[in-house]
Design a protein around this ligand. Structure first.
Ligand code: ACM
Ligand code: ZN
Length: 566
């Protein structure tokens, strides 16, 4: 009995000790609830008090990070915090430290008389600030006032990412999202210590980026005359004109915003497939400019039917799936068009990479097209797969000459890989494995684990319409981007992984949020934290701290994986 009660007492003490400030319940005495899980953390005694006297001291190079921290802490206490470059006692110190090995690594030390955040680079310091935020009440995420003074629990964190590429993709072709949402999406990427936004800007159903030399791309290609209703092939057509695009000024604004959050924007300009919107604008890009756009079994809008009856053959695609109307590979003006487009796109994005698509390009038109067939003969190619390879390699040469590298979906392996291409493996991991064995860089995005357009429940009737599949948060969490089939040497070609968000069935920003949260939360840990740190019950205990933040940010997260909210 005595033993039992002292055990109970010990249990109560442990619970009290674990219930740290702001109701955070650490699962182990040595842990705070941080996602992605840091490589190392040790809880220290005490707290650091933030109030109106708190100053931020920084190295010159960290001016932006100091301003950012001053802004969020200033909002939290209701008074702007001073930032200065001169050492001060009791300050929050931001500094660069060459002794930190990883370019994105950082150390965060909070104790009663100071906070020090050191990074190898400003990116590392930015990530240290993200961790610091997770030690504070969730209002810090929305620049709301917390109190005129509040405390941060003492801790030492030493941290660094597992992979250099930690991405989230968004398809703005099927559904268009405003710049304000794109910025929120970038905020989420940064908050989870991810570093790449893959912006899927062109699709059959809409061309979304202003190209000054080809104004019809957005005048015609950015708007469709209707959209199918229900699951593909659809029960009817909604008959509503739908569309939108980003001006080059808006693109620059987004890229600059992303840079301030240490996020790189990788644009995707799809070729040779998924190009029906561009073809609707410039029909000569098709092998058969006179052949009317065919939606298969899907119902077409009355407006498009009327256009076709009056001799306008090509319209922007109104249904989902894959169309056979792709860029003609046999005519020089296709390449002239694409090179002109890329010449406008590349300077807008400081990214080393541009994604050129390469997926789902049916070869039927190329088989029937005399220009494509002549090209095959003239180049001594065996088939249409080699023609696609020629297409990609030609574009790669152009992109490389401009000092950039291409990423392509794994179909670019077919017919021979372009010499410097990075492969994004989506049809499972096979393409990624093959590319790594050929010593090409790889980004893993297998449908099985990284497609956030999949259902989150087996009970599909209880869910909003999705494309199919079934991918839980737990399944994402246990994804290992380094396939067992690869040797240690080959694994070095795996740059990282990415969550893909195809928006056929995501019409609203609310729905996008529901599909990514908290699956991207799980993925952030996959790409940041070491593989041997994977522990689901530990993650489940840390997740509520992030959920509190999503609530504060008014985000529509999914609840399937949350024990208390199921
Ligand atoms: C893809 O999902 N078609 C890359
Ligand atoms: Zn052709």
């Amino acid at each position: 009995m005595k033993l039992q009660s002292s055990a109970l007492m010990l249990f109560v003490i442990l619970i009290l000790f674990n219930t740290s400030l702001f109701g955070q319940t650490a699962n182990k005495a040595s842990d705070y609830q941080i996602i992605p899980k840091p490589a190392f953390q040790e809880i220290l005694e005490g707290t650091f008090k933030v109030d109106k006297k708190t100053k931020i001291v920084y190295n010159e190079e960290l001016n932006k990070e100091a301003s950012y921290l001053s802004e969020i802490l200033g909002a939290a206490i209701g008074k702007t915090l001073k930032i200065e470059t001169k050492a001060e006692k009791g300050a929050i110190v931001l500094k660069l430290d060459d002794a930190i090995e990883n370019a994105e690594g950082y150390e965060l030390v909070v104790n009663t008389n100071e906070i020090v955040i050191s990074g190898k680079t400003s990116t590392g310091v930015f990530y240290g600030i993200q961790t610091l935020k997770q030690l504070m009440p969730s209002e810090i995420e929305i620049a709301a006032k917390i109190a005129s003074a509040f405390t941060i629990p003492a801790v030492i964190v030493k941290d660094q990412p597992r992979f250099v590429y930690r991405g989230m993709h968004l398809d703005v072709g099927r559904h268009f999202f405003p710049v304000s949402f794109i910025k929120q999406y970038i905020d989420l990427i940064a908050m989870h210590k991810m570093n790449t936004f893959h912006w899927h800007l062109t699709e059959d159903q809409g061309w979304r980026i202003e190209i000054k030399k080809y104004p019809k791309l957005t005048e015609v290609g950015a708007f469709r005359n209707g959209t199918i209703v229900g699951h593909h092939p659809g029960t009817s057509n909604d008959q509503k004109v739908y569309g939108g695009f980003y001006t080059q000024e808006e693109i620059k604004e987004v890229v600059a915003y992303a840079a301030s959050k240490h996020v790189t924007v990788v644009p995707e300009i799809e070729l040779p497939g998924h190009s029906a919107a561009a073809i609707a604008a410039y029909p000569e890009l098709s092998c058969f400019p006179e052949e009317p756009t065919d939606l298969g079994k899907s119902p077409m809008s009355e407006k498009s039917k009327e256009l076709q009856a009056n001799g306008t053959a090509k319209v922007v695609y109104e249904t989902w799936g894959v169309t056979g109307d792709v860029y003609c590979a046999g005519q020089e003006h296709t390449f002239k068009f694409l090179e002109d487009v890329l010449s406008e796109v590349l300077p807008l994005f400081p990214s080393k990479y541009i994604h050129i698509g390469g997926d789902e390009c049916p070869k039927g038109n190329w088989k029937r097209c005399s220009n494509c067939q002549s090209k095959i003969k003239a180049l001594g190619l065996h088939d249409e797969h080699e023609l696609q390879s020629y297409f990609i390699q030609r574009i790669e040469k152009f992109v490389n000459a401009k000092g950039k590298q291409i990423i392509g979906w794994d179909e670019i392996l077919e017919g021979g890989l372009a010499p410097n291409a990075t492969v994004m493996s989506w049809r499972g991991t096979k393409g990624g494995i093959e590319a790594a064995k050929q010593h090409h860089d790889v980004i893993m995005t297998p449908g099985s684990h990284c497609y956030f357009d999949h259902y989150q429940s087996k009970d599909k009737d209880s869910e909003p319409l999705a494309i199919g599949g079934f991918t839980t948060v737990e399944k994402v969490y246990f994804y290992n981007p380094e396939p067992e089939e690869l040797t240690a040497e080959e694994k070095k070609y795996i740059l990282g992984a990415q969550g893909n968000v195809w928006t056929e069935y995501m019409e609203t920003t609310d729905y996008v949020e529901y599909m990514i949260l908290p699956r991207m939360t799980a993925l952030s840990e996959v790409v940041w934290s070491a593989q041997d740190q994977r522990d689901w019950s530990d993650f489940e205990l840390r997740l509520p701290n992030l959920i509190e933040r999503y609530k504060a940010m008014n985000l529509n997260y999914a609840k399937h994986s949350l024990a208390e909210e199921k």
